[in-house]
Structure formats: structure tokens, C-alpha cells
Design a protein. Sequence first.
Length: 318
Amino acid sequence: MIISTDNFVTVPPVLSLVVPLHNEEATVQLFYDTLEDLAPALPVELQYHFIDDGSTDQTLAIVRRLAQENPAVHYVSFSRNFGKEAALYAGLKQAQGDYVAVMDVDLQDPPDLLPEMLAGVMSGEYDSVGTRRVSREGEGRIRSWFSEQFYKWMNKISQTQLVDGARDYRVMTRQMVDAILSLPENQRFSKGIFSWVGFKTKYLPFENRQRVAGNSSWSFWALTKYAVEGIVSFSTVPLVLVTVLGFISFGIALVSAIFIVARALVSNTSVAGWPSMVTIILFIGSVQLLSLGVMGRYLAANYLETKRRPIYIVRSKH
């Protein structure tokens, strides 16, 4: 929408929508139609930035057709599946709007919240307006419990505070997006990065919504790995715990050794010692393996960063 008078022409600000895609042929058109229906009510001009994360279905074909029909539709297609974090980063790099929004294509992120989110950012009162789920209705109990525990413990062991139930869905100012892009790390955890860069943020609550179509690519194992990446990226407390555990095991081993020697001297008999020896060896061995595993995960993260490989590789774009 362009408002013109005899003396001036007012061009509305641009909102860039960053939308990661991975095998979402069932939802892309529904998402696009929903946003197009909402567009006239928004005080901005919409631009779409679809990031195809190595889809193997017809997702890219649908996005290409939309790009031919609407010049406001842009896309980037990866050479393979690099993960949602890479797709988010690529989308933020491509987005050039005055404001940038991150949304999931499955419509679990309510588009009807966009006007209120935009109002909060455009007023200058907030640099970012995000969303958080206040219920997990429709989600498995075990998965919900682990999600709640992750936020609870992450906030205890990290200086970066995460809002329980927070989604990636948010509207941000250009300044905040530029700050996010200034972080060059390869192992990315966007929820933590959004919080770490600071800026004044408001969260809008909403009830959980189900996907409109298709299946989620986020399995329980994938979410577990994502949680581990988040902990490694924003907390060194596990390394401290390993150090404490090492001191505790050393103390137990020392006390056990003193007890065994003292018993041998007092009773003046040979000590079989097999059960106590096996117990101590197993205990110390398990502590060492646990410690090596934790330190190895941090070392692996450092190893991947020092390689300086690109976060993603583009096969085609429009």
C-alpha cells in the first residue's frame, strides 16, 4: 500500500517473514494464503523469505511457483539438509525489511498475533515482541515434562535466561537482527542467541495449536540433541560439575584405601579385597567415562567452530 497526496508519497515499512521449510509441501500454500488474507490489515508491506532446508518432496516446486506469481516471494534452497538453525540464519541474512519476523510454516505460530506484535515494535517501546505457549495441550506428557525441565535447569545453569514456552516466532527491529547476525558461531542455538543479544522484549501468551497439515520433523531424539547444543552453547556448568565429581570420587577412593589398609593392619590377616576393589574400580571408571563424555562434547563444539565451515551451502535462490 502506497499513500499519496499532492505533496508527498508515503511508502509503508517492510516486514520480512523468515520461514524455514523442510518437507512442508502440505503446508506452504496454506501458510501463504493465510498470510495474504491477513496482509491488508497490516501497516506494512510483506516480503516472504522461504528457506528450503534440503526438502525431498515438492516443497521447493511450490515455493518457486509462488515466487513467479508474487514478486514479494523470495527463496533460498540449500544443497542438503543443514538444520533449522542454519535456515533461520540464512533467512535473517536474506531479509532486508525494516522489521523481521520468524515464523513456522505449519501455522502453529498464530498469524493473528502479528498485528499486536508489529504494534509493539513499531511503537518503539520494544525491540522485539515474541510469543510463548502457556499450554502444551496435544503434546505428549513425557515430551512436555522434558521441555519444562530443560527451561527450568537451563535458566539455573546459564547466565542467559530463557522464557518457558518461548517460540522462535517473533518480530524484531532491524537493529536487533543486525546484532544477531554479528554472532558468527557455527553451532547456533537461536533461543539462547535471541536472549543473549539483549534488547527490550515482550512476550505474548497463546494456547498451543496443532499443525494444520503434515508431520513434524522434530523427533524426541532431535529435540534432545538440540537441548544439548543449547546447554553447551550457553553454559559451562557441566564442566564445573565434572570437576566437582572428580574431587568427590578422589575423596571416596582415598577414604576407601585408608579403611582397607587400616583394617589389614588391625586384624593382621590377609584381606581378600575383591568386592571392594571391583566396586572402587567401577565407580572411578564410570566417573572418568562420564567426565570424558562431557569434556568431549565441549571439545567437539570447539573443533567444529575452528574448522570455519559455512553454516549452509546454497544450491539455488530467487
